[in-house]
Design a protein around this ligand. Structure first.
Ligand code: M6R
Length: 612
């Protein structure tokens, strides 16, 4: 995912920009660049390199680059190959330079219009049209401020952007704009900054203004002005001095707890640039993704542990949304099977770490197959899985430290749902249905936040589990993998034996285990299988089993002698697997707290299983 840094100061900002880019390296990128202007009569100096920020830093030092105003960028290719020319910043008419995160959907149409007016294009990117559009606005009105020109140019764009632009003729300001991609302004003393994320500016300030969609910001060294729809806006400055970093538990007791509560942010970041208002953006999967997706006839998912459970959920989405056959295997089995691989198979390796030995071995096997493209869904940009797959898309969970995977799982699900939509579009999914699904997805961070509000209730409930030795988790259909994930969480951190079953399988064996000492945990969303699930609940109650039901509030299930009901906020059905995971994570966590286990480092387990 691309990263942006901008700075205006009374000192040389080149090192500030480079340090900012380094701090954004975790987002993943393939090329980097920066533009600097030094003083009122300065030219724009732009330096770009393919590869790591260290290479850009070396090139900048060779050129002795310096400037009091500058913008910088790390690019994750979407439109156009990984080349120096396609790296940002992009210039127009020798006076403007611009960096951009996001995707401009109507870039081809704009390119045609700009060409007819004499603009020449030197890159394959969608971004270059923005630079030329702003230049066109400035050329048509020499007295126009950069902010006004940017504002008018943005009115012609369709898509998502976070961007920063500088103008040689107005070298006392940076203009930044946000629509669908995160952008923060960092406030300094006699200097100001902008970046796609706060860590990029941690070395220069701890005071931030979070831009909102539609905001345009004009930064000089002494002022920050924000305009939205032509009106001046005040945005509050937040001081993040006590900011919790990925490596710091902050006020949380454990990393796992912190990571559970980070999920609204992690999902929001994962959605950013992957969906716009009503579309899933296939470009987010990389430059060649569209062509690859055109060839896909079926999907093979391979993963381990929690990531495998994400794949199990995705199988339902791929079948129902993309109408595509999907096979899912545990990586340690896949590599030793006599697999029959049909031409047109998309091989999807799902992994938080990207270093899991079995998943990597399966990927390497798939890389050797003909007519199979390999896609990594991963949380670590520099991992072997990302490097070795044909293409990849990153979960933006941030570093996950707790051995029990939480935010990685829900962000994997988020991307797998985007994948189902982009494949579905080629297989009969209507644009109305796509728009509805994407609107539902955009509600996800807020719904997760609301579901986390059940924390106190679940903590109380957890007291009833801590003396148990066994437990049964039940779910039907797409909720069966959710039940499996809940059971895995409980067993790995509380050491209570937990078994998950598809609820319909109960009477084929596991019902024999049910007695008053066996808690039965059930996930009960409001879907077509609800009546069948109710019958399964009766089967348990009739045998004296104690039920703990996580139920959609709309199904009207109330507490009674046999049921303890925790009500979840109603949500669009497609989001059920993500939302019903949250209370199961909280339950496992609170039971483990009571049991006093080593939650972040459970016995016998490692965060990343790099051996077979
Ligand atoms: O890094 P990966 O996603 O490839 O790891 C796979 C499993 O080892 C991992 O999900 C494991 O099951 C977690 N401890 C579950 O919480």
């Amino acid at each position: 995912m691309c990263g942006i840094v901008g700075a205006i100061a009374r000192r040389n900002v080149a090192d500030i920009l480079l340090e900012g880019l380094k701090r954004l390296e975790y987002r993943g990128y393939d090329s980097a660049g920066m533009s600097l202007i030094d003083g009122p009569d300065g030219e724009i100096v732009t330096i770009k390199t393919v590869g790591k920020v260290a290479r850009l830093a070396a090139a900048a030092s060779d050129e002795g680059a310096s400037g009091r105003l500058g913008i910088a960028h790390t690019r994750w290719a979407t439109h156009g190959k990984i080349t120096r020319a396609n790296a940002h910043p992009h210039e127009s008419g020798g006076r403007l330079s611009l960096v951009h995160n996001g995707i401009i959907e109507n870039h081809e149409e704009l390119r045609r219009q700009l060409r007819s007016k004499g603009y020449e294009f030197t890159t394959d990117t969608d971004t270059e049209v923005i630079a030329h559009l702003i230049h066109q606005e400035l050329s048509g009105d020499e007295g126009a401020s950069l902010l006004d020109a940017v504002s008018r140019a943005l009115g012609k764009l369709r898509g998502a952007y976070g961007l920063c632009v500088i103008d040689r003729r107005q070298p006392d300001r940076i203009v930044a704009a946000r629509n669908g991609m995160s952008l923060v302004v960092g406030a300094g003393i006699g200097e100001n900054f902008v970046a796609s994320d706060t860590p990029a500016l941690g070395q220069v300030t701890d005071r931030f203004l979070y831009l909102e969609d539609g905001d345009l910001a004009e930064l000089t060294s002494d002022s920050i002005r924000i305009v939205n729809q032509g009106r001046e806006i005040e945005r509050e400055i937040a001081t993040l001095s006590g900011k919790v970093s990925d490596m710091d538990k902050g006020s949380y007791q454990h990393f796992m707890q912190k990571e559970i509560f980070e999920q609204p942010r992690a999902i929001r970041d994962t959605l950013s640039g992957r969906v716009s208002g009503e579309r899933a953006l296939e470009e987010a999967f990389g430059v060649d993704a569209g062509e690859i997706f055109d060839q896909v006839r079926q999907v093979q998912i391979v993963a381990c542990g929690t990531s495998f459970h994400a794949g199990l959920v995705a199988k339902y989405w791929l079948e129902s949304i993309a109408r595509m056959p999907c096979q899912i295997d545990i990586a340690s089995d896949y590599r030793y099977r006599d697999i029959i691989v049909q031409p047109g198979t998309l091989f999807v390796a799902v992994s938080q770490s990207g270093e899991t030995a079995d998943t990597l071995a399966a990927l390497r096997y798939a890389n050797g197959l003909e007519h199979t493209a390999t896609l990594a869904i991963c949380n670590v940009a520099t991992s072997s899985l990302v490097r070795e797959s044909d293409f990849c898309v990153l979960t933006m969970a941030g570093q996950e430290i707790g051995v029990a995977s939480t935010k990685a799982f829900t962000t994997q699900l988020t991307l797998l749902l985007v994948l189902a939509i982009v494949l579905g579009r080629r297989n009969g999914l209507s644009s109305e249905d796509e728009a509805r699904l994407v609107r539902d997805m955009n509600r996800l961070p807020a719904l997760v936040e609301k579901t986390l509000g059940l924390d106190r209730q679940i903590r109380k409930l957890s007291r009833q589990f801590s003396d148990k030795h066994h437990s049964l988790y039940l779910g039907r259909g797409i909720q069966y993998p959710v039940a499996k994930e809940g059971a895995l969480k409980l067993k790995e951190i509380s050491y209570i034996h937990a078994e998950a079953y598809p609820a319909g399988e109960l009477k084929h064996g596991p019902l024999a285990l049910v007695d008053s000492d066996m808690p039965v945990i059930v996930v009960a969303p409001n879907n077509d299988l609800l009546d069948k699930l109710r019958s399964n609940l009766s089967e348990v109650s009739a045998r004296g089993g104690k039920l703990y039901v996580f139920a959609d509030e709309s199904i009207g299930l109330e507490n009674d002698r046999n049921h303890k009901v925790i009500k979840l906020p109603g949500c669009p059905e497609v989001l059920d697997p993500i939302l019903f995971t949250i209370p199961l994570q909280l339950l496992a966590y609170h039971v483990a707290v009571i049991k006093g286990t080593d939650i972040d480092h459970p016995r016998n387990l490692a965060k990343s299983v790099t051996v077979e």
